[in-house]
Write a protein that binds this ligand. Structure first.
Ligand code: ADP
Ligand code: MG
Length: 273
């Protein structure tokens, strides 16, 4: 006779988290100013495939700008950002970087999904149409294939029965889950979340966090800007604290949340915890 050992939930979790092979983000010495306002100062951060990084910090500290820079929605003044060794917005020629043509930037940008605070769904399209749009445009999928993909993604975020609903017919939590499905439709290597739950009524936060938890378990590389410190503690491999455009401190949730070395981190945590 043979016995099959069922791994514990934690073992399964670790096992699935280890399979990720894509989605390495390397941010090197990034500096960015708007006029006289320096918003990012020499930010360097390497995120390994499948890692989940929570980015925390006060309002105005540069969190959104950093996310947008990863996606090349913002250019930076100095430094560089690559995803799996490739620039989203540039091509290296010798020692210099040349900005790519818009069409190529758009193509590469599909490797990095971005989910916004305010969902940003197209109001005149149904849930499933919102998801189909980008893969048809960017991945050259037929509408039928895109529809099949979208149905699977809606099921994954628990909204199989809402395919034909318009955004105004959905709760905020449901809209955000559609937005996540839409981001997943392009099979991004990395998914960025910019305060994905801060526009939601408290009772709707949990359903969105559940979906993000699932993505973390599936080994997707995630960067999550969040004020949900409890969630960050649970889901993140690493917490990065940004203040005035600088990475002040980073480490495991235990290190940063319980044993912060810097006063600025402790002061911030005292306000949000
Ligand atoms: P956070 O997301 O941490 O709240 P942001 O990255 O949105 O911070 O903003 C960082 C700083 O950059 C703020 O001082 C903000 O006013 C400024 N900023 C952001 N976007 C722009 C812009 N498009 N033009 C000028 N200043 C901006
Ligand atoms: Mg922001």
């Amino acid at each position: 006779t043979s016995t099959t050992l069922t791994p514990s939930f934690d073992e399964q979790y670790v096992a699935t988290r280890k399979v990720a092979t894509v989605g390495r983000v390397e941010i090197s010495d990034v500096t960015k100013s708007y006029g006289a306002n320096t918003v990012l100062r020499d930010v360097s951060l390497t995120i390994e495939p499948g890692q989940v990084v929570a980015l925390i910090g006060p309002s105005g500290s540069g969190k959104s700008t950093l996310l947008r820079a990863i996606n090349h929605l913002e250019t930076v003044d100095r430094g560089s950002i690559t995803v799996d060794g490739r620039y989203i917005g540039y091509e290296r020629k010798g020692d210099t970087l040349h900005e790519l043509r818009e069409a190529e930037i758009l193509r590469r940008r599909t490797q990095v999904g971005l989910v916004f605070q305010n969902f940003n769904l197209f109001p005149h399209l149904t849930a499933i149409e919102n998801i189909i749009e980008a893969p048809v445009a960017h991945k050259r999928l037929t509408r039928d294939d895109a529809r099949a993909l979208a149905e699977g993604l809606l099921a994954r975020v628990g909204l199989a029965d809402k395919a034909d609903h318009y955004p105004r017919q959905l709760s905020g939590g449901q809209q955000q889950r559609v937005a996540i499905a839409r981001a997943l439709a392009l099979s991004p290597k990395v998914l960025l979340f910019d305060e994905p739950t801060s526009a939601l009524d408290p009772e709707l936060v949990g359903e969105v966090l559940d979906v993000i938890r699932g993505l973390a378990r599936d080994g997707t590389t995630l960067v999550i800007v969040t004020h949900e410190i409890g969630f960050a503690r649970e889901v993140a491999d690493r917490i990065v604290f940004l203040d005035h455009g600088e990475i002040v401190e980073q480490g495991t949730p235990g290190q940063v949340l319980r044993n912060a070395r810097h006063r600025r981190t402790r002061d911030f945590l005292a306000k949000v915890l």
